[in-house]
Design a protein around this ligand. Structure first.
Ligand code: SF4
Length: 257
């Protein structure tokens, strides 16, 4: 059953105002995060695949090993055998599975786009997302990472940090599935790749600085508009309403991130 992401919220205008207000506060507090600025291309795609269940510094190690081996292109990936590739991406964890996923992506690219990444990334955002989702090993978060950060097209990325922060703020879709969360942002916000890029990066930053597993509400820039902070002020225990596991959240090594 399709979710109506705004059904438990006052109205779309109100949700838009709240999401925009949160974005403005985070941007004012942390400044532009400059994620994957201008790198684009296959390195961004590989990073999006390797970052699944991995800390970002470990992904950077894996990317560096691929670069040093001259294997940071689809053609080079396909010239390696799977075991060899797995060893190169070993620092990112789940290296056998990730090697298979990289190979599957490169095979799809060769089979359907003559190996031309630009042709794939030039597809309209929704078509690109659908193509990625039908490729082995690419789930919605990875697909949205690629659409947003490799193709620079608007697709809001949902991760465990997003669910954690917005659940605590008291803003959540009616249903917990990925598409309901994504729709909540996509419907309420202006469709703007630059903003989506920055918003997701700010969410990750905020999850590390303040809204970690144990939230630091006293020093949080969102304290004045947060449902959990209000609960805490009345001696309630801070809650994680998202139900998500953050142990494997990407781009962090911090024990309380
Ligand atoms: S006030 Fe606390 S729970 Fe709310 S966003 Fe900030 S750190 Fe998270």
């Amino acid at each position: 059953m399709a979710a109506n992401p705004t059904s438990d919220l006052p109205c779309a205008d109100s949700l838009r105002e709240r999401l925009t207000d949160i974005y403005d506060r985070l941007l004012a507090a942390y400044g532009p995060q400059r994620w994957w600025p201008g790198s684009g291309g296959f390195e961004t795609v590989a990073g999006a695949i390797l970052t699944q269940s991995a800390a970002w510094p470990n992904v950077e190690q894996a990317l560096e090993r691929l670069r040093a081996a001259g294997a940071l292109t689809p053609e080079a990936i396909l010239s390696l055998d799977e075991a060899e590739l797995a060893q190169l991406v070993r620092p990112s964890g789940y290296f056998n599975a990730k090697a298979r996923k990289l190979i599957a992506f490169c095979n799809m690219l060769r089979r359907e786009f003559s190996g031309d990444l630009h042709s794939l990334l030039a597809l309209p955002a929704q078509e690109l997302r659908g193509r990625l989702l039908s490729t082995y090993g690419i789930g919605p978060e990875t697909a949205d990472d690629i659409v947003l950060y490799a193709a620079a097209k608007p697709s809001f990325v949902i991760d465990a940090y997003t669910r954690r922060i917005f659940s605590r703020l008291g803003i959540a879709p009616q249903y917990e599935d990925y598409e309901s969360w994504r729709s909540m942002f996509m419907v309420a916000l202006p469709v703007n790749a630059t903003m989506f890029n920055e918003y997701h990066a700010l969410i990750v930053r905020h999850a590390k600085v303040s809204c970690a597993k144990r939230p630091d509400c006293a020093r949080c820039v969102l304290q004045g508009i947060c449902a959990t902070a209000a609960d805490t002020a009345q001696n309630a225990v801070p809650v994680d309403r998202s139900g998500a596991s953050f142990q494997n959240a990407s781009r962090t090594q911090e024990t309380n991130a």
